[in-house]
Design a protein around this ligand. Structure first.
Ligand SMILES: COc1ccc(CSC[C@H](NC(=O)CCCN)C(=O)NCC(=O)O)cc1
Length: 222
């Protein structure tokens, strides 16, 4: 028993990547039990440790946590990444929920109808530049600190960094109109725990593509 958190999911970003980011940025080593087939998933379901017969599932502190938000909140609170009081927690939640809305659009982009790729991509980029990134740019400007909330790194900063990298995979110059976000990205990129996770061969998963989406469809039968 290594005592490290154990992540149960398939070999893709999907609904687990934000959990990988949060643990990695917190400097917490974790293990992964990668589901490779529908049989692997069925066996995990039969084991009875999936509350809703779904993954992601994270074994941590003797718990079998499911539902991505619940997992993220537990980890953020456990590693002091969830603010110092109720107000900071609420602000972190509001920022994180916006980023998760953006991440969800990006996650499902590979599933868009044939011929609608450009329309969907333009919608994602429009939402990123017109609705979400302006919020975080203004927050960094008005807060005047290196982080979105309080004066230390929180879950919100890690989720924002992940979101920035994901949108840059779709359009590399997406931050051109956001100088504070450019500075934020540069600062976060210097953190040793994040530098380690960005190294090739880390547990960070590749951008979703047709191949690993087909694998997910096969494993989870959707
Ligand atoms: C677009 O990218 C992906 C990649 C993987 C998945 C599947 S994640 C596995 C799925 N879990 C959930 O839907 C959790 C939702 C909790 N609110 C799962 O376990 N499916 C099996 C099932 O639902 O029976 C979906 C989209």
């Amino acid at each position: 028993m290594s005592g490290k958190p154990i992540l149960h999911y398939f070999n893709g970003r999907g609904r687990m990547e934000s959990v990988r980011w949060l643990l990695a940025a917190a400097g917490v080593e974790f293990e992964e039990k990668i589901l490779k087939s529908a049989e692997d998933f069925e066996n995990l379901v039969k084991g009875g440790n999936l509350m809703y017969q779904q993954v992601p599932m994270v074994e941590i502190d003797g718990l079998n946590l499911v539902q991505t938000r619940a997992i993220l909140k537990y980890i953020a609170a456990k590693y002091n990444l969830y603010g110092k009081d109720l107000k900071e927690k609420a602000l972190i939640d509001m920022y994180v929920e916006g980023m998760r809305d953006l991440n969800e659009m990006i996650m499902y982009y590979p599933l868009c109808y044939p011929g609608e790729e450009e329309k969907n991509l333009n919608f994602i980029l429009e939402r990123a530049t017109e609705r979400f990134f302006p919020v975080y740019e203004k927050a960094l400007k008005s807060h005047g600190k290196n982080y979105l909330v309080g004066n230390q790194m929180s879950w919100a900063d890690i989720q924002l960094f992940e979101a920035i990298l994901m949108v840059e995979e779709l359009k590399s110059d997406i931050l051109s109109a956001f100088p504070k976000l450019q500075e934020f990205k540069a600062r976060m990129s210097k953190l040793p725990s994040i530098q380690k996770f960005l190294q090739p061969g880390s547990q960070r998963k590749a951008k979703m593509d047709g191949k690993n989406l087909a694998e997910a469809k096969k494993i989870f039968k959707f």
